[in-house]
Design a protein around this ligand. Structure first.
Ligand SMILES: Nc1ncnc2c1ncn2[C@@H]1O[C@H](COP(=O)(O)OP(=O)(O)OP(=O)(O)O)[C@@H](O)[C@H]1O
Ligand SMILES: [Mg+2]
Length: 292
């Protein structure tokens, strides 16, 4: 028997991440993540929800007892802000680890959640592109760096900036899974084409392939005809990668972002939180062809 879940201030029941890990071991229930997953949120188009959704996604998985490292790859530092951290307070970013050979442990910041760590970012990360350019094995430096901390985590989630550069190339080559948030409009659709063309060049040049590519629609509003039309277009052309889960437009998500609070703390029963939970369940749930 395991003890009943605790109650929070609203009388809702919950288990802490530590409880989940402890009771999972006790009950002999394996983690839903068998080997480390390194997942990159990327889209060259700006404003599709990479930072917002990756922050809440990583936070929720950590709440669920998954040992998670979030990495902010964007000098704008939005992922860092989405988690309520002040960029100025953490002058050390990936720049110091990648370029200045600082120990990666020294740039990792612990959060209030024992299962969640983050490598924050700030404008201090900006010179990374130029500095990488003149380095040896410049495309694989992040992959090598992560190899030294992977043993501490089950999941690494990275939030990329909307650009094509050496840092994003490093992130691609260091990842197993690509997660692409798209908006339901035709500019996004066009952006997706450019992304896939770039990926196929990378695949050829570096003999690299992602194990999984997931595309999901974000800020979806089914009362808009344009949304339905672009959903159909995605279903036709990217069926293989498109997730069933759709994240709806939800003001609670925007409010949570502006307050620097993950949606699961800000409005746990909002439709936005529900949709992000569905996204997690679909990505980590049993695959087609798996036996129950
Ligand atoms: N499902 C949603 N409902 C409502 N607002 C959303 C939703 N998803 C994202 N947003 C809002 O959209 C804006 C852009 O999101 P975000 O910054 O995460 O995009 P991004 O892809 O990281 O942008 P960039 O390309 O600049 O890095 C934010 O203000 C965020 O709060
Ligand atoms: Mg962003």
């Amino acid at each position: 028997m395991i003890p009943p879940a605790k109650r929070d201030g609203h009388q809702d029941r919950y288990y802490t991440p530590e409880d989940v890990i402890k009771y999972r071991e006790y009950l002999g229930v394996p983690s839903s993540i068998q080997s480390i997953r390194k997942q990159l949120f990327l889209n060259f188009k700006g404003g599709t929800g990479k930072s917002t959704i990756s922050a809440s996604y990583g936070f929720r998985l950590a709440q669920m007892g998954v040992r998670t490292l979030l990495i902010d790859l964007d000098p704008q530092g939005h992922l860092t802000q989405c988690l309520g951290l002040d960029n100025q307070q953490y002058p050390k970013t990936l720049f110091h680890a990648l370029i200045e050979r600082e120990e990666i442990e020294n740039v990792i910041v612990k959060t209030d959640l024992s299962t969640l760590d983050i490598i924050p970012s700030s404008l201090n990360l900006s010179p990374v592109e130029l500095s990488l350019f003149s380095m040896n094995s410049r495309e694989f430096r992040l992959k090598k760096l992560l190899a030294s901390v992977e043993k501490n985590y089950e999941l690494i989630v990275m939030d990329a900036s909307p650009s094509i550069g050496l840092l994003n190339l490093n992130a691609i080559l260091a990842s197993n899974d690509l997660i692409i948030p798209v908006l339901a409009d035709f500019l996004s659709y066009h952006g997706l084409k450019i992304l896939f063309e770039t990926l196929s060049t990378i695949e050829e040049d570096f003999s690299f392939t992602f194990e999984n590519i997931f595309i999901f629609l974000n800020r979806y509003n089914e009362s808009h005809r344009i949304c339905k039309r672009s959903k159909r277009a995605l279903e036709t052309h990217y069926e293989k990668y498109l997730l069933d889960t759709v994240i709806r437009q939800d003001t609670k998500i925007a409010e949570a972002t502006s307050q620097g609070t993950p949606i699961f703390l800000f409005a746990q029963s909002s439709k936005g939180a529900g949709d992000i939970q569905d996204l997690i369940d679909e990505i980590f749930g049993p695959k087609e062809g798996d036996h129950a």
